[in-house]
Design a protein around this ligand. Sequence first.
Ligand code: AMP
Ligand code: FES
Ligand code: ZN
Ligand code: ZN
Length: 322
Amino acid sequence: MKCRVCRGPAVIDVRRHNANFCEEHFLRLCRNQVERAIEQHRMLSSGDRVLVAVSGGKDSLAVWDILLELGYQVDGLYLGLGIDGYSGRSEAYARAFAKDRGLSLEVVDLPADYGYDIPNGARAARRVPCSACGLSKRHLFDEAARRGNYDALVTGHNLDDEAAVLLGNVLRWQGEYLGRQQPVLPAGEGFPRKVKPLVRLGERETAAYCVLRGIEYVVEECPMAEGNRHLGYKEALNAIEERSPGTKHDFYFGFLDRAADRFVPVVAEERGAVGSCVRCGAPANAEICAFCRLVERAGGRAPEAGTDVPLLLGRPPTGGVS
Ligand code: AMP
Ligand code: FES
Ligand code: ZN
Ligand code: ZN
């Protein structure tokens, strides 16, 4: 097995590109793919202050590392979800990555700062854990980006994630979700720009990237996600990809090139006028935002103003949704 670029011994095959790569050229491929995604979708500009949401897993640590290599100024945000054992282990990897490199990592902890955790919050709100988790993450990512005045919020969603979400949305023709399924969502009033620089890399590649760069990450998957639909879509796509390498890429980028535009009006239509939550000040469609309702039902509380996680109360009303 020889490297496509230098003909030296290869360490990995990337079937989607029908090519093998040595360590140096594989790492370069990963950086190039991220650079290309950033340029093609106008995700970031050189002076941007960037906040990356890091879960302690391979994708978010890889994207943090690559963005730093590309010269961006990037801080991290870790959200402790209070999932027994798993959350503590994930946090340790995120903290170790930041500490070893002298990077800034903000840690927001649901049990300590908001008085609830995902398993209890989901039960109390009668939501499946991943739904309570997604709602909490979206809200707290936006809030942290606003608080820190960041230009963009980065997540580690990769090609496998995006193709699986797309499949789920297409199977049910969920127009609003399809209209939002973009690698970059522009900033709205009260919302940071949200970008996914890993959309051109698969999870096998981000895992290999971490191993080759000596980045340690939490390997186990979230125990609450076991058996959920999303994992089923990933498995189905993996079976197809195995037979026809490149299908995931064509599915996702074909959607962006040829179909995504058709769903944008659906989003505009469904956005409607919004105000701001009377409790936390975040943009909301109702008097109290979905996050504050979840916290209330779960028996939690918003942090006191002046603590590490300041409330946004008293902010001028904002509008627009991401
Ligand atoms: P997931 O929804 O678990 O597939 O994660 C998607 C992305 O969300 C990750 O790549 C991270 O960027 C971010 N993320 C997930 N969990 C956390 C967390 N606990 N804290 C901060 N960011 C997270
Ligand atoms: Fe959200 Fe597991 S990471 S439910
Ligand atoms: Zn090479
Ligand atoms: Zn609120």
